[in-house]
Design a protein around this ligand. Structure first.
Ligand code: NAG
Ligand code: NAG
Ligand code: NAG
Length: 196
């Protein structure tokens, strides 16, 4: 092997290692992809079972700011900052079960590549489970750090709204990424994976 070829190969290896640490995980690593999507996204569409007329008993989807930790170092658990004055939170008081949809469509990853949000090339995931109040628990501190670092405006939200920290208790992860239909990931595999 001639020296210039060696240098080129080494350069390519260094470059690909650097890219691997920053970039989207390979499609086959489904649990990692799910963790990546949750960590990269700032908000989710969360569906509850409505308690409000005229759609009582029907699915009701609404946007919520989420954070599972700082970019590059998420825990996998989406935290929320909620108030009982909020319409969907009132649903959760009756039935805490919820479905949370998170999509790379909200990031430059899909936008730059021109992937349509509904394209399987634009990775999106659905978290099934329930929303659990963690206010006043040890976890509230982590929830606060995770949320306020990524949503600094929350610090100034009106105090008379009685905000509390909550988390999504994940029971099933559904991954829509690449072709071949939906892939299911158990919470165990989801939490074991490392996104980066
Ligand atoms: C990632 O977060 C953990 C705590 O959740 C912390 O101990 C660790 O230092 C963080 N790592 C980086 C690189 O920030
Ligand atoms: C949540 O916890 C904080 C700090 O302990 C407290 O000030 C606040 O009133 C709690 N929120 C609710 C809705 O109870
Ligand atoms: C989380 O959900 C699971 C499955 O529904 C349930 O068994 C568990 O008690 C929940 N955890 C909490 C802390 O609510």
């Amino acid at each position: 092997m001639t020296p210039p070829v060696k240098v080129l190969l080494l350069g390519a290896l260094v470059l690909s290692a650097a890219q691997a640490s920053l970039q989207i995980p390979p499609h086959e690593e489904v649990a990692r992809m799910a963790r990546f999507v949750v960590n990269r996204c700032d908000w989710a569409s969360m569906a509850t079972i409505s308690t409000h007329e005229p759609v009582k008993g029907q699915p009701f989807s609404n946007a919520f700011s989420i954070s599972d930790g700082p970019p590059g170092n998420g825990t996998g658990t989406p935290y929320l900052y909620l108030t009982h004055m909020e319409i969907s939170v009132q649903d959760l008081q009756v039935n805490p079960q919820a479905s949370m949809s998170v999509s790379l469509a909200q990031t430059p990853i899909c936008k730059h590549k021109g992937y349509d949000p509904q394209s399987p090339l634009c990775a999106h995931i659905i978290l099934s489970g329930s929303v659990q109040d963690v206010n006043g628990t040890e976890e509230a501190d982590l929830a606060k750090k995770s949320l306020f670092s990524r949503h600094p405006e929350m610090i100034d939200w009106p105090v008379d709204h009685s905000w509390f920290f909550a988390k999504m208790n994940i029971t099933q992860v559904w991954v829509l990424d690449y072709f071949g239909g939906v892939k299911m990931v158990s919470p165990e595999d989801y939490y074991k994976a490392t996104p980066y």
